[in-house]
Design a protein around this ligand. Structure first.
Ligand SMILES: *Cc1c(COP(=O)(O)O)cnc(C)c1O
Length: 391
């Protein structure tokens, strides 16, 4: 039975005011490097309290600029998580920096601070199976935790480890705009915090990302690097650094500015949808709803990922839900088991058992701030029905 109401996997939450702001740009000749990017950045400084905000054209670009600003060089080691979207690891690989994975907490899915501490103390036990030959002399330089699914990682412990061992701290908050750890906003714990604005994120610019930092030198370097390596004082054809075109355009920045004005509304609507889900799913056997840690004083709902009981055949459930018109996704497939990672570092199944277990059981349900209670009801009814069929 296909349901009559279509439920998309995700949807941006856009108003006429948002669309009008983009049109305002199109009524001027300035489509790049104008005041909208600056206004968007200022809105982020005000919201996060950060000294600098640097808008870029994707979250991945933002992470890459942090890797450059942190001074990471080929062969340097960075502790990070295999339970994430691949961009957090790829940003390291772009500079031939070596990701050193540690496993995650089984409840939150965030990097396990105890294992981070162990790795910081003695990195040799955590190196990839097939390490590049010159790794013996490699130095641990940074940590790169991810605020998975909109929940801040264990910031207090992680900050302490970074301080103890003199490590740079890159916070991937691309899934956690608006989340709070003990009352403080995600993205403000690291030396640099990165947000992302792809259309399925809490707010969108189409494509886009942004870095916040209090570090004046890093901010200056990142501004130059996003603009083809032009330092202050360089002319259009002078390039002090090897840079990139990571600029955010004005249409995207205008949409971002309009969305920032509505951020509280966007977050609240997603909280409501998550609450509708939690209510209904609590009664379905074999389905575990997302865990919210006591230190998470605000969850910022990015995706809604439930965990199926290990006995349940997830791919059968997913297939049957798709047939009923309910899109779902396994979430995440572990990074260390992606083909290019296996080839490069020799990781194997069993290397990060918690990540792999979560990866096998996690199922993202349709989720957005514009979902209605009726749509949530339909998803839950279909899930309940499918589970009885597959059991
Ligand atoms: C979305 C996301 C990013 C950035 O993605 P872009 O598509 O490049 O904007 C980075 N890290 C994580 C964990 C993400 O979820």
């Amino acid at each position: 039975m296909k349901s009559s109401i279509q439920v998309p996997m995700s949807s941006p939450d856009l108003t006429d005011a948002d669309r009008q702001e983009v049109m305002n740009v199109l009524n001027t000749p300035i489509l790049s490097m104008g005041h909208y990017v600056q206004d968007f950045e200022r809105a982020f400084c005000e919201y996060t309290g950060a000294k600098h905000a640097i808008a870029v054209n994707s979250g991945t670009a933002g992470l890459h600029l942090c890797v450059r600003a942190a001074g990471l060089a080929p062969g340097d080691l960075v502790i990070t998580t295999p339970f994430s979207f691949v961009a957090s690891t790829n940003a390291l690989l772009f500079e031939n920096v070596v990701p050193v994975f540690v496993d995650v907490d089984p409840k939150s899915g965030n990097i396990d601070p105890l294992q981070v501490a162990e790795a910081a103390k003695d990195i040799s036990r955590f190196l990839p199976r097939r390490a590049p030959s010159d790794l013996k002399h490699a130095r641990l330089k940074a940590i790169l935790p991810v605020d998975v699914f909109g929940q801040p990682a264990e910031m207090e412990n992680l900050r302490q480890i970074a301080d103890t061992y003199g490590l740079k701290f890159i916070e991937d908050s691309c899934e956690a705009l608006g989340a709070a750890y003990k009352g403080r906003l995600a993205g403000t714990f690291g030396d640099y915090g990165v947000f992302a604005f792809y259309p399925n994120k809490q707010m969108t610019t189409g494509e886009g990302g942004l870095i916040v930092t209090d570090d004046d030198d890093a901010a200056g370097l990142m501004r130059a690097l996003r603009n083809q390596g032009r330092a202050p004082g360089d002319t259009w054809l002078q390039h002090t650094y090897l840079g990139y075109n990571y600029r955010l355009d004005e249409m995207s920045a205008a949409l971002g500015l309009a969305q920032m004005r509505r951020l509280e509304e966007l977050l609240t609507k997603r909280e409501q949808v998550a609450a509708w889900y939690a209510n209904r799913l609590a009664e379905i056997p074999g389905v575990e709803i997302p865990y919210v840690a006591p230190t998470t004083t605000r969850m910022s709902w990015f995706v809604y990922v439930v965990r199926l009981d290990a006995k349940i055949n997830r791919s059968q459930v997913a297939k049957r839900l798709e047939q009923r018109g309910i899109p779902v996704r396994p979430y995440f497939l572990p990074i260390h088991l992606q083909p290019y990672m296996v080839e490069r570092f020799g990781w194997q199944e069993g290397d990060f058992p918690v990540t792999e277990d979560l990866g096998r059981r996690g199922l993202a349900l349709p989720f957005s701030g514009v979902m209605t209670e009726e749509q949530v009801e339909i998803v839950c009814q279909n899930l309940r029905q499918t589970l009885t069929e597959v059991a």
